[in-house]
Ligand binder design. Sequence first.
Ligand code: H2U
Ligand code: ZN
Length: 348
Amino acid sequence: MNKFNIEEHPHRRFNPLTGDWILVSPHRAKRPWQGQVEKTVSDERPSYDPTCYLCAGNERAGGKFNPPYKGTFVFTNDFSALLTHSPEGNIDEGNLFQAKSETGICKVICFSDDHSMTIPEMEVEDIRKVVDVWCDEYAELAANEMINYVQIFENKGAIMGCSNPHPHGQIWSSSSVPTEPEKESKTQKEYFEKHGTTLLGDYLKAELAKIDRILVENDHFVALVPYWAVWPFETMIISKRPVQNITLLTDAERTALADVYQKLTIKYDNLFEVSFAYSAGLHQAPTDGKDYPEWHLHMHFYPPLLRSASVKKFMVGYEMLATPQRDITAEQAAQRLRDLSDVHYKSK
Ligand code: H2U
Ligand code: ZN
């Protein structure tokens, strides 16, 4: 029997942020592919679309009109998944039937008045305005006694179920801490109590010493492929300074976040020369008024594409029933992304 080689042999990897294990099968990456043939779809769009419910001045479902905004624009989701005034209630029938009423506030953020834009095609100074909106919204929602967690996210691309190509993101804030941040809260607290430093601070230091999973680095942020990535081109942005939430970022750090967000998404677009779909979002400390020194601000990117502009990874079968699995290793994915140009393919 030859020696275990992480580049070649099936293995499990641990995600210290969630406590989950994933399966990696590097030997399978060599298997032949006879799948869909690529067809190039043009994604050219006008700067203004009279039928778009996010463009300035247009009517939304439900009859409200967007103002003639420039830059960013925030509004309360017309079809909010959470409501401010749902009645309080609790069902607890012997542990097996539990339910609790839940309240919250959902918002939509237009990143730009330009319908044709996407984050990787926007200027850093304009993405910085999006970061500023995130900060303002987080602060406002955190000040609301009802809200104990603020989830800021971006769902990009029809393949991710995004309903409209107009550049936008969402915020869902709630009275409970949802499942994923709850898991990360627990693991980060345990780590901080044991080591006195943040889990992601130590992880980032170790990654910067290794280099092989680093994609983009500026003075204040790093984008990398996490060791435990599940999606083929999953990445994370981590702040170099451990901060609990975005409102604690300095002026220079806010711009650096906009910069790394742009550079990472340019690499994504360049991978298959297509506007690259993903779900991305910030993870930060709960907003229940307590102090969370263990919480380290970061952003996850979960893109579904695997092999080309249209061939996506399916989380099905074994993944649904047992554990997530990937073929190409995190290091191979990082290498591919790192080798790509920092200049957007459309502007070449
Ligand atoms: P996506 O980012 O997944 O496409 O969702 C867009 C959101 O916009 C969605 O949550 C909201 C939907 O409820 N929306 C409005 O608030 N007003 C509208 O007129 C249409 C869509
Ligand atoms: Zn639009």
